[in-house]
Design a binder for this molecule. Structure first.
Ligand code: C2E
Ligand code: CA
Ligand code: CA
Length: 632
């Protein structure tokens, strides 16, 4: 497309330059010919006629006694010279060749030459001079007729016609040149307009883009700000839109975006300025008061459209709104408010949310925590992050399992939920760094243990979404180099939401880890949508049944049914089962009865600080029967 335009522009330019040169050259040629022909021809003929007439007149005057011999000789010489030049000179070559000029003038020259002695020593009444005068009188009309033929005869007419033709050609050429120039200008201006349009508009929906939206909003904010009019700003996002592209193809994705853009434009009917500010994000603003029900009805309208295009109902429309006075807040601030509201709407699975102060406080807290988490991970400031270890009791009592669980005791906010820390890290690009920190900390925490205790230990580490990538196996291998644990003592826990996106890649990562001898546990089994298909596709070394199935299992036969089925299935696959969240002796008895291989839960132990865990290990592994008796 762009290449085609470039080629046509180049062709036009080349034509333009070529035609210009040709026109200039043709003009120059015509003029040169005209000038040369006219000037030289006219000049040499006129000179010749003049000098001959001068001599002819001198002859008449001399014979009548009014001119002396010397003057006659002078005029004779001039005529001679002129005849000689005309017959031999370069400038007269063109005219000499036409209309028998050479013969006619040659005849006069011979006549003159023949009478040279009569003129050099003249006799006033010499008959020879009389003959010369008569001869000249007869020959002179030939010179005149040469003048006439050259400048008014057929040739002159043809010459004029050729000049006229050349002039007309030039006119055409220049008109063509003008036309080409105009076309070029038109194309250039169209191209400039197109570039201008693309700089400020989205080529798919033709709506203004983010830059245009902000420019327009800032201009209007300046205009309306002084009048204190409230600005309504609305951000609309199609969550999981990528899945439409992935499953139905980009053409369907594009068609959906165009449909949504048109629907929004007709819904707001010119009452607001609408733009597409990102791949799946639209924005609109207005300084008019809008009916309170419009966000919900627009949302419902759009959601309906989206559902029609995406029968699997994966895409959800979220809307974040802010209403503020531009006299009190900067435009960027108001944009941020709407963005925060949109985040809230997105977290709630697609709805409309109006910005409020509580949202802002949560946002600021999360920003502050993200900055502090970064510092913590980089080792700046007092150590607030730590790992707690929760024992996992196995049937073979000489080995003890433990799950490393993240803890953040914040000086201002107190205990921070570990799941929140993980999503904070993932959302702020700190996921991998957090993973490294956890691996390092596990190594540091276990280092002080006696080597014979260490060999009896198995440690589980939870993986987060951003840690689960192709680089994970090499990272784990590196971590193991610095670890007091062997690869077969390390278990990585994975929830199904983490590895669901790309099963092929997940298989690849899992088998690379298993080749290192590291085991993989499927965590929170039973809470996701596709736990069973997951088991089918991926090979795990352990299944951890979620605590929601375990709690009060002793009094809920349906839960027992689920747990016994899962356990049976896992055993048939050759995979041991961990029952999570065992809190009571009755639950413990029940899960053992149903075949669980390992137990994790408050009944045995709560997660504990590293030093406490090391003491626990010492007690449990060194004096196992007593330790169990105390715990039981
Ligand atoms: P999870 O992986 O399922 O971890 C087990 C959770 O169950 C822990 O909660 C543990 O304290 C709790 N738990 C264990 N036994 C019992 C019990 O008998 N009763 C009850 N009610 N709860 C019990 P915690 O430490 O609050 O962690 C919550 C979740 O946060 C974890 O669930 C895990 O998904 C995530 N998490 C914790 N630490 C990390 C970490 O280091 N990395 C990652 N990626 N996620 C972590
Ligand atoms: Ca876990
Ligand atoms: Ca779990």
């Amino acid at each position: 497309m762009v290449r085609g335009k470039f080629v046509s522009l180049t062709c036009i330019l080349v034509t333009f330059v070529g035609v210009t040169f040709w026109s200039a050259w043709s003009n120059d040629r015509a003029f040169t010919e005209l000038v040369r022909y006219t000037q030289l021809s006219a000049w040499s003929l006129a000179q010749l006629e003049l000098e001959l007439q001068g001599f002819q007149e001198g002859l008449t005057l001399y014979r009548s006694g009014h001119l002396d011999g010397r003057e006659l000789n002078k005029r004779y010489d001039l005529a001679w010279n002129r005849l000689d030049i005309f017959l031999n000179g370069e400038e007269a070559s063109a005219i000499r060749a036409r209309f028998g000029a050479a013969d006619k003038v040659g005849h006069i020259f011979s006549l003159i030459k023949q009478h040279e002695p009569d003129v050099v020593s003249p006799q006033r009444d010499s008959p020879a001079l009389g003959q010369l005068a008569a001869g000249l009188g007869e020959a002179m009309p030939a010179i005149r007729s040469l003048m006439v033929e050259n400048f008014t005869g057929q040739s002159a007419i043809r010459q004029r016609a050729s000049l006229l033709q050349s002039r007309q050609d030039n006119l055409w050429l220049l008109s063509a040149l003008l036309l080409v120039g105009l076309v070029m200008l038109y194309m250039l201006s169209r191209e400039t307009r197109r570039h201008q349009f693309l700089a400020w508009n989205d080529p798919l929906t033709l709506l203004p883009n983010r830059a245009a939206f902000i420019r327009q909003l800032e201009q209007e904010a300046r205009r309306h700000g002084n009048q204190g009019r409230p600005l309504t700003l609305c951000l609309i996002e199609l969550n999981h839109f990528k899945e439409v592209n992935d499953s139905l193809g980009y053409a369907s994705g594009d068609a959906l975006l165009v449909k949504v853009a048109r629907a929004m434009a007709s819904f707001i009917a010119g009452r607001a300025y609408l733009a597409r500010i990102g791949g799946d994000e639209f924005a609109l603003y207005c300084f008019e008061p809008l009916a309170p029900e419009w966000p919900d009805s627009l949302l419902a309208h759009l959601q309906q459209l989206v559902f029609e295009a995406d029968p699997a109902h994966r895409v959800k429309v979220s809307m974040g709104l802010s209403q503020s006075r531009v006299s009190q807040h900067q435009v960027e601030e108001i944009m941020l408010f709407a963005d925060i509201a949109l985040d809230n709407a997105r977290q709630q699975g697609g709805r409309s949310q109006l910005f409020n102060q509580a949202m802002l406080s949560r946002y600021e807290r999360s920003r502050q925590l993200a900055a502090e988490l970064r510092d913590q991970l980089n080792g700046a400031g007092a150590d607030q992050l730590s790992l707690h270890y929760q024992p996992i009791i196995k049937r073979e009592r000489h080995v003890l399992g433990a799950e490393a669980l993240l803890r953040w005791q914040h000086p201002e906010y107190g205990f921070i939920n570990p799941a929140d820390i993980v999503s904070l890290a993932d959302d702020n690009g700190l996921g991998e760094r957090l993973g490294e920190w956890i691996f390092d900390r596990v190594n540091r925490d276990l280092m002080p243990m006696a080597p014979e205790r260490l060999t009896q230990l198995e440690v589980s580490i939870n993986l987060s979404g951003s840690m689960f990538n192709e680089a994970l196996p090499s990272r784990v291998a590196r971590m193991l180099l610095a670890s007091p644990l062997c690869a077969d003592q390390l278990i990585l826990e994975l929830t199904e939401t983490i590895a669901l996106d790309d099963l092929k890649l997940s298989q690849h990562i899992l088998s690379a880890l298993q080749q290192l001898n590291v085991r993989i546990a499927l965590d929170d089994f039973g809470t996701g949508w596709s736990s069973f298909s997951y088991l089918k596709e991926l090979h795990f070394n352990k299944i951890k049944i979620d605590k929601s199935f375990i709690q009060q299992i002793d009094s809920h036969p349906r839960q027992q049914l689920f747990v016994s089925s899962i356990t049976d299935l896992a055993h048939k696959l050759g995979v041991p089962v961990v029952a999570e969240g065992v809190e009571t002796a009755a639950e413990l008895a029940e899960v053992y009865e149903l075949g669980a291989d390992e137990i994790q839960g408050y009944f045995y132990a709560r997660p504990m600080a590293a030093a406490d865990f090391r003491a626990f290990c010492q007690r449990y592994l060194a004096h196992q029967p007593q330790a169990m008796a105390q715990m039981g």
